[in-house]
Design a binder for this molecule. Structure first.
Ligand code: NDP
Length: 328
Protein backbone atom coordinates (compact mmCIF):
# COMPACT_ATOMS: atom_id res chain seq x y z
CA UNK A 1 0.00 0.00 0.00
CA UNK A 2 1.36 3.46 -0.89
CA UNK A 3 1.63 6.23 1.68
CA UNK A 4 -1.18 8.19 0.06
CA UNK A 5 -3.59 5.23 0.01
CA UNK A 6 -2.73 4.51 3.65
CA UNK A 7 -3.48 8.14 4.45
CA UNK A 8 -6.77 7.89 2.51
CA UNK A 9 -7.65 4.76 4.48
CA UNK A 10 -6.79 6.47 7.75
CA UNK A 11 -8.83 9.49 6.73
CA UNK A 12 -11.76 7.27 5.82
CA UNK A 13 -11.55 5.39 9.13
CA UNK A 14 -11.26 8.64 11.06
CA UNK A 15 -14.32 10.06 9.26
CA UNK A 16 -16.20 6.82 9.91
CA UNK A 17 -15.27 6.89 13.59
CA UNK A 18 -16.27 10.54 13.83
CA UNK A 19 -19.67 9.74 12.30
CA UNK A 20 -20.22 7.16 15.04
CA UNK A 21 -19.11 9.59 17.74
CA UNK A 22 -21.87 10.50 20.18
CA UNK A 23 -19.76 12.65 22.48
CA UNK A 24 -21.84 14.81 24.77
CA UNK A 25 -25.18 13.63 23.36
CA UNK A 26 -27.88 13.07 25.99
CA UNK A 27 -29.44 9.68 25.23
CA UNK A 28 -32.39 8.06 27.03
CA UNK A 29 -32.64 4.26 26.71
CA UNK A 30 -35.70 2.46 28.06
CA UNK A 31 -35.47 -1.18 29.14
CA UNK A 32 -31.78 -0.73 29.93
CA UNK A 33 -31.70 -3.20 32.83
CA UNK A 34 -31.33 -6.24 30.59
CA UNK A 35 -30.59 -7.69 27.16
CA UNK A 36 -30.40 -5.33 24.18
CA UNK A 37 -31.03 -2.19 26.26
CA UNK A 38 -28.21 -3.02 28.67
CA UNK A 39 -25.73 -3.66 25.85
CA UNK A 40 -26.90 -0.54 24.01
CA UNK A 41 -26.37 1.60 27.13
CA UNK A 42 -22.79 0.30 27.44
CA UNK A 43 -22.07 0.85 23.73
CA UNK A 44 -23.65 4.31 23.57
CA UNK A 45 -21.72 5.43 26.67
CA UNK A 46 -18.56 4.06 25.11
CA UNK A 47 -19.16 6.41 22.17
CA UNK A 48 -19.10 9.36 24.56
CA UNK A 49 -22.81 9.94 25.18
CA UNK A 50 -24.34 10.76 28.55
CA UNK A 51 -26.79 7.89 29.01
CA UNK A 52 -30.03 7.96 30.99
CA UNK A 53 -31.11 4.40 31.67
CA UNK A 54 -34.71 3.53 32.45
CA UNK A 55 -36.38 0.32 33.63
CA UNK A 56 -38.60 -0.90 36.45
CA UNK A 57 -35.92 -2.91 38.29
CA UNK A 58 -33.77 -0.38 40.12
CA UNK A 59 -31.11 -2.79 41.34
CA UNK A 60 -30.41 -4.16 37.87
CA UNK A 61 -30.26 -0.61 36.51
CA UNK A 62 -27.75 0.39 39.18
CA UNK A 63 -25.48 -2.50 38.16
CA UNK A 64 -25.43 -1.30 34.53
CA UNK A 65 -24.87 2.32 35.60
CA UNK A 66 -21.91 1.23 37.76
CA UNK A 67 -20.52 -0.82 34.87
CA UNK A 68 -20.61 2.23 32.59
CA UNK A 69 -19.00 4.46 35.20
CA UNK A 70 -16.28 1.88 35.87
CA UNK A 71 -15.45 1.99 32.16
CA UNK A 72 -15.11 5.79 32.33
CA UNK A 73 -18.53 6.68 30.91
CA UNK A 74 -21.32 8.87 32.25
CA UNK A 75 -24.65 7.26 33.09
CA UNK A 76 -27.67 7.90 35.30
CA UNK A 77 -30.38 5.41 36.23
CA UNK A 78 -34.08 6.27 36.55
CA UNK A 79 -36.51 3.66 37.82
CA UNK A 80 -39.55 3.96 35.60
CA UNK A 81 -42.49 1.93 34.32
CA UNK A 82 -43.27 3.08 30.77
CA UNK A 83 -46.88 1.88 31.12
CA UNK A 84 -47.46 4.34 33.98
CA UNK A 85 -47.99 7.98 32.97
CA UNK A 86 -47.03 9.36 36.41
CA UNK A 87 -43.86 7.29 36.48
CA UNK A 88 -42.79 8.54 33.03
CA UNK A 89 -43.68 12.16 33.88
CA UNK A 90 -41.65 11.98 37.10
CA UNK A 91 -38.59 10.44 35.41
CA UNK A 92 -38.58 12.84 32.45
CA UNK A 93 -39.12 15.86 34.70
CA UNK A 94 -36.17 14.76 36.83
CA UNK A 95 -33.90 14.13 33.81
CA UNK A 96 -34.70 17.53 32.31
CA UNK A 97 -34.25 19.27 35.67
CA UNK A 98 -30.92 17.58 36.33
CA UNK A 99 -29.46 17.57 32.82
CA UNK A 100 -31.28 20.26 30.84
CA UNK A 101 -32.25 18.39 27.71
CA UNK A 102 -32.45 15.05 25.89
CA UNK A 103 -31.08 14.69 22.34
CA UNK A 104 -32.03 11.12 21.61
CA UNK A 105 -34.41 8.44 22.79
CA UNK A 106 -34.20 4.68 22.30
CA UNK A 107 -37.63 3.10 22.78
CA UNK A 108 -36.37 -0.37 23.68
CA UNK A 109 -38.48 -1.52 26.67
CA UNK A 110 -40.58 -4.40 25.44
CA UNK A 111 -42.74 -7.37 26.22
CA UNK A 112 -43.37 -10.41 24.04
CA UNK A 113 -46.20 -12.95 24.01
CA UNK A 114 -46.25 -16.05 21.83
CA UNK A 115 -49.68 -17.64 21.55
CA UNK A 116 -52.01 -18.61 18.72
CA UNK A 117 -54.98 -16.29 18.37
CA UNK A 118 -57.50 -19.14 18.73
CA UNK A 119 -56.06 -19.75 22.21
CA UNK A 120 -56.43 -16.06 23.03
CA UNK A 121 -60.16 -15.61 22.56
CA UNK A 122 -60.63 -15.14 26.32
CA UNK A 123 -57.31 -13.36 26.74
CA UNK A 124 -57.88 -9.77 25.67
CA UNK A 125 -55.24 -8.86 28.25
CA UNK A 126 -52.52 -10.42 26.05
CA UNK A 127 -53.26 -7.74 23.47
CA UNK A 128 -53.61 -4.98 26.05
CA UNK A 129 -50.37 -5.81 27.83
CA UNK A 130 -48.22 -5.86 24.70
CA UNK A 131 -49.78 -2.61 23.51
CA UNK A 132 -49.27 -1.05 26.96
CA UNK A 133 -45.49 -1.52 26.85
CA UNK A 134 -44.51 -1.77 23.18
CA UNK A 135 -46.84 0.85 21.74
CA UNK A 136 -48.33 3.15 24.37
CA UNK A 137 -45.12 3.05 26.47
CA UNK A 138 -43.02 4.14 23.51
CA UNK A 139 -45.56 6.77 22.41
CA UNK A 140 -45.73 8.11 25.98
CA UNK A 141 -41.92 8.46 26.08
CA UNK A 142 -41.89 10.14 22.67
CA UNK A 143 -44.62 12.64 23.57
CA UNK A 144 -42.86 13.47 26.84
CA UNK A 145 -39.59 14.35 25.07
CA UNK A 146 -40.90 15.84 21.83
CA UNK A 147 -41.60 19.44 23.02
CA UNK A 148 -38.00 20.12 24.08
CA UNK A 149 -36.69 18.39 20.93
CA UNK A 150 -38.82 20.65 18.72
CA UNK A 151 -37.80 23.68 20.71
CA UNK A 152 -34.11 22.83 20.28
CA UNK A 153 -34.63 21.86 16.61
CA UNK A 154 -32.89 18.56 17.18
CA UNK A 155 -33.97 15.12 18.25
CA UNK A 156 -33.62 11.52 17.16
CA UNK A 157 -35.82 8.63 18.26
CA UNK A 158 -34.91 4.98 17.68
CA UNK A 159 -37.70 2.43 17.97
CA UNK A 160 -36.74 -1.21 18.50
CA UNK A 161 -39.23 -3.06 16.34
CA UNK A 162 -39.03 -6.61 15.05
CA UNK A 163 -38.29 -8.24 11.71
CA UNK A 164 -41.31 -10.36 12.63
CA UNK A 165 -43.47 -7.37 11.64
CA UNK A 166 -42.27 -7.88 8.06
CA UNK A 167 -42.52 -11.67 8.26
CA UNK A 168 -45.93 -11.69 10.04
CA UNK A 169 -44.72 -14.58 12.20
CA UNK A 170 -47.61 -16.81 13.33
CA UNK A 171 -48.39 -16.92 17.07
CA UNK A 172 -47.14 -13.34 17.59
CA UNK A 173 -50.31 -11.42 16.68
CA UNK A 174 -50.43 -9.48 19.95
CA UNK A 175 -46.73 -8.68 19.99
CA UNK A 176 -46.25 -7.87 16.32
CA UNK A 177 -49.41 -5.76 16.09
CA UNK A 178 -48.06 -3.57 18.90
CA UNK A 179 -44.71 -3.21 17.10
CA UNK A 180 -46.45 -2.50 13.78
CA UNK A 181 -48.49 0.24 15.45
CA UNK A 182 -45.26 1.85 16.64
CA UNK A 183 -43.74 1.59 13.15
CA UNK A 184 -46.67 3.54 11.70
CA UNK A 185 -46.63 6.10 14.52
CA UNK A 186 -42.96 6.81 13.77
CA UNK A 187 -43.55 7.06 10.02
CA UNK A 188 -46.36 9.59 10.38
CA UNK A 189 -44.63 11.62 13.09
CA UNK A 190 -41.36 11.74 11.12
CA UNK A 191 -43.21 13.28 8.17
CA UNK A 192 -44.71 15.93 10.46
CA UNK A 193 -41.42 16.68 12.24
CA UNK A 194 -39.27 17.03 9.12
CA UNK A 195 -38.73 20.78 9.44
CA UNK A 196 -38.21 20.50 13.20
CA UNK A 197 -35.20 18.23 12.60
CA UNK A 198 -36.71 15.52 14.78
CA UNK A 199 -36.01 12.19 13.09
CA UNK A 200 -36.84 8.52 13.64
CA UNK A 201 -35.15 5.19 12.99
CA UNK A 202 -37.14 1.98 13.08
CA UNK A 203 -34.92 -1.06 13.60
CA UNK A 204 -36.55 -4.31 12.52
CA UNK A 205 -34.43 -6.38 14.87
CA UNK A 206 -33.82 -10.06 14.15
CA UNK A 207 -33.70 -12.74 16.86
CA UNK A 208 -31.23 -11.69 19.59
CA UNK A 209 -29.91 -13.84 22.43
CA UNK A 210 -31.41 -12.10 25.49
CA UNK A 211 -33.48 -13.16 28.51
CA UNK A 212 -36.56 -12.55 26.33
CA UNK A 213 -35.81 -15.63 24.22
CA UNK A 214 -34.37 -17.77 27.03
CA UNK A 215 -37.53 -19.88 27.50
CA UNK A 216 -37.44 -21.08 23.88
CA UNK A 217 -33.73 -20.90 23.08
CA UNK A 218 -32.63 -20.18 19.53
CA UNK A 219 -35.24 -22.61 18.06
CA UNK A 220 -32.70 -23.79 15.53
CA UNK A 221 -32.55 -20.40 13.84
CA UNK A 222 -29.57 -18.08 13.66
CA UNK A 223 -29.45 -15.44 16.34
CA UNK A 224 -27.50 -12.25 16.91
CA UNK A 225 -25.67 -11.22 20.05
CA UNK A 226 -26.83 -8.30 22.23
CA UNK A 227 -23.53 -6.61 21.28
CA UNK A 228 -24.49 -6.82 17.59
CA UNK A 229 -27.88 -5.31 18.43
CA UNK A 230 -26.14 -2.57 20.44
CA UNK A 231 -23.83 -1.73 17.52
CA UNK A 232 -26.90 -1.48 15.29
CA UNK A 233 -28.46 0.96 17.75
CA UNK A 234 -25.24 3.04 17.79
CA UNK A 235 -25.44 3.15 13.98
CA UNK A 236 -29.08 4.25 14.19
CA UNK A 237 -28.18 7.05 16.62
CA UNK A 238 -25.17 8.31 14.73
CA UNK A 239 -26.30 7.94 11.10
CA UNK A 240 -30.02 8.47 11.70
CA UNK A 241 -31.41 6.33 8.84
CA UNK A 242 -35.17 5.92 8.60
CA UNK A 243 -35.02 2.14 8.84
CA UNK A 244 -32.55 -0.63 9.51
CA UNK A 245 -33.71 -4.00 8.23
CA UNK A 246 -32.15 -7.43 7.90
CA UNK A 247 -32.32 -9.63 4.77
CA UNK A 248 -35.00 -11.97 6.09
CA UNK A 249 -37.34 -9.08 6.85
CA UNK A 250 -36.68 -7.43 3.49
CA UNK A 251 -37.38 -10.66 1.63
CA UNK A 252 -40.57 -11.20 3.61
CA UNK A 253 -41.70 -7.69 2.72
CA UNK A 254 -41.02 -8.34 -0.96
CA UNK A 255 -43.04 -11.55 -0.56
CA UNK A 256 -45.99 -9.55 0.78
CA UNK A 257 -45.81 -7.27 -2.23
CA UNK A 258 -45.32 -9.72 -5.07
CA UNK A 259 -46.77 -13.00 -3.80
CA UNK A 260 -48.97 -12.39 -0.76
CA UNK A 261 -51.02 -15.56 -1.24
CA UNK A 262 -47.91 -17.75 -1.41
CA UNK A 263 -46.42 -16.06 1.61
CA UNK A 264 -49.62 -16.67 3.58
CA UNK A 265 -49.63 -20.35 2.64
CA UNK A 266 -46.00 -20.82 3.63
CA UNK A 267 -46.61 -19.12 6.97
CA UNK A 268 -49.73 -21.21 7.52
CA UNK A 269 -47.76 -24.40 6.90
CA UNK A 270 -45.22 -23.34 9.48
CA UNK A 271 -48.04 -22.49 11.86
CA UNK A 272 -49.58 -25.97 11.40
CA UNK A 273 -46.21 -27.71 11.76
CA UNK A 274 -45.26 -26.12 15.04
CA UNK A 275 -47.52 -26.05 18.06
CA UNK A 276 -47.96 -23.69 20.94
CA UNK A 277 -45.69 -24.13 23.92
CA UNK A 278 -47.24 -25.87 26.97
CA UNK A 279 -47.35 -22.51 28.74
CA UNK A 280 -49.20 -20.89 25.84
CA UNK A 281 -51.73 -23.74 26.01
CA UNK A 282 -52.12 -23.01 29.73
CA UNK A 283 -50.61 -26.40 30.64
CA UNK A 284 -47.91 -25.12 32.95
CA UNK A 285 -48.44 -23.36 36.23
CA UNK A 286 -45.80 -20.57 36.35
CA UNK A 287 -47.39 -17.41 34.99
CA UNK A 288 -49.42 -18.97 32.18
CA UNK A 289 -50.64 -15.62 30.92
CA UNK A 290 -47.33 -14.54 29.38
CA UNK A 291 -44.45 -16.24 27.69
CA UNK A 292 -41.56 -13.86 27.29
CA UNK A 293 -40.37 -15.24 24.00
CA UNK A 294 -39.49 -13.36 20.85
CA UNK A 295 -39.09 -15.02 17.49
CA UNK A 296 -38.62 -13.49 14.12
CA UNK A 297 -38.90 -16.57 12.00
CA UNK A 298 -41.21 -19.49 12.67
CA UNK A 299 -39.82 -22.33 14.79
CA UNK A 300 -38.28 -25.33 13.13
CA UNK A 301 -38.32 -28.80 14.65
CA UNK A 302 -36.20 -30.91 12.38
CA UNK A 303 -37.91 -34.17 13.31
CA UNK A 304 -41.51 -33.01 13.00
CA UNK A 305 -41.46 -30.64 10.02
CA UNK A 306 -42.58 -32.44 6.85
CA UNK A 307 -39.95 -32.58 4.08
CA UNK A 308 -41.91 -30.29 1.74
CA UNK A 309 -42.02 -27.55 4.34
CA UNK A 310 -38.37 -28.05 5.20
CA UNK A 311 -37.41 -27.64 1.54
CA UNK A 312 -39.50 -24.45 1.27
CA UNK A 313 -37.88 -23.07 4.41
CA UNK A 314 -34.38 -23.83 3.17
CA UNK A 315 -35.11 -22.23 -0.20
CA UNK A 316 -36.47 -19.14 1.53
CA UNK A 317 -33.42 -18.86 3.76
CA UNK A 318 -31.07 -19.23 0.79
CA UNK A 319 -33.00 -16.59 -1.13
CA UNK A 320 -32.93 -14.32 1.93
CA UNK A 321 -29.13 -14.43 1.94
CA UNK A 322 -29.15 -12.94 -1.55
CA UNK A 323 -31.19 -9.97 -0.42
CA UNK A 324 -29.30 -7.21 1.35
CA UNK A 325 -30.65 -5.74 4.55
CA UNK A 326 -31.84 -2.24 3.81
CA UNK A 327 -30.54 0.83 5.52
CA UNK A 328 -32.18 4.01 4.31
P1 NDP B 1 -35.25 -8.30 27.75
O1 NDP B 1 -36.37 -9.06 28.34
O2 NDP B 1 -33.85 -8.75 28.02
O3 NDP B 1 -35.37 -6.76 28.15
C1 NDP B 1 -36.59 -6.10 28.18
C2 NDP B 1 -36.36 -4.78 28.88
O4 NDP B 1 -37.58 -4.05 28.88
C3 NDP B 1 -35.92 -4.96 30.32
O5 NDP B 1 -34.86 -4.09 30.61
C4 NDP B 1 -37.16 -4.59 31.11
O6 NDP B 1 -36.75 -4.00 32.32
C5 NDP B 1 -37.79 -3.55 30.19
N1 NDP B 1 -39.22 -3.38 30.43
C6 NDP B 1 -40.20 -4.28 30.25
N2 NDP B 1 -41.38 -3.76 30.62
C7 NDP B 1 -41.12 -2.48 31.02
C8 NDP B 1 -41.93 -1.43 31.52
N3 NDP B 1 -43.25 -1.56 31.69
N4 NDP B 1 -41.33 -0.25 31.83
C9 NDP B 1 -39.99 -0.10 31.67
N5 NDP B 1 -39.18 -1.06 31.22
C10 NDP B 1 -39.75 -2.23 30.90
O7 NDP B 1 -35.56 -8.29 26.18
P2 NDP B 1 -34.71 -7.81 24.93
O8 NDP B 1 -33.50 -7.10 25.34
O9 NDP B 1 -34.62 -8.96 24.03
O10 NDP B 1 -35.76 -6.79 24.27
C11 NDP B 1 -35.47 -5.43 24.05
C12 NDP B 1 -36.36 -4.94 22.92
O11 NDP B 1 -35.99 -5.59 21.71
C13 NDP B 1 -37.84 -5.23 23.10
O12 NDP B 1 -38.59 -4.12 22.67
C14 NDP B 1 -38.09 -6.42 22.20
O13 NDP B 1 -39.43 -6.46 21.78
C15 NDP B 1 -37.14 -6.08 21.07
N6 NDP B 1 -36.77 -7.22 20.25
C16 NDP B 1 -36.12 -8.29 20.81
C17 NDP B 1 -35.73 -9.35 20.02
C18 NDP B 1 -35.04 -10.56 20.57
O14 NDP B 1 -34.90 -11.55 19.83
N7 NDP B 1 -34.55 -10.55 21.81
C19 NDP B 1 -35.99 -9.35 18.56
C20 NDP B 1 -36.70 -8.19 18.08
C21 NDP B 1 -37.05 -7.15 18.90
P3 NDP B 1 -37.50 -4.17 33.74
O15 NDP B 1 -38.05 -5.56 33.80
O16 NDP B 1 -36.41 -3.90 34.74
O17 NDP B 1 -38.54 -3.11 33.73
Amino acid sequence: MTDSSAADDNGYLARRRARRDLTGKHVVITGASSGIGRSAALAVAEKGAVVFLMARRGEELAVVVDEIKAAGGEAHGYQCDVTDADSVDAAITLILAEHGHVDMLVNNAGRSIRRAVHRSTDRMHDFERTMAVNYFGAVRMTLALLPQMRERKFGHIVNISSAGVQVATPRFAAYLASKAALDKFAEVTAAEMFSDNVTFTTIHMPLVRTPMITPSGDQGTSTQSPEWAAATIVRALSERPRRIDVPLGTLAEYGSLVAPAIKERVLHRYYRAIGDSPAAKGETVPEPETVDVEVVVPQRHRRTVPPAIRVTGTALRRAARLVPGTHW
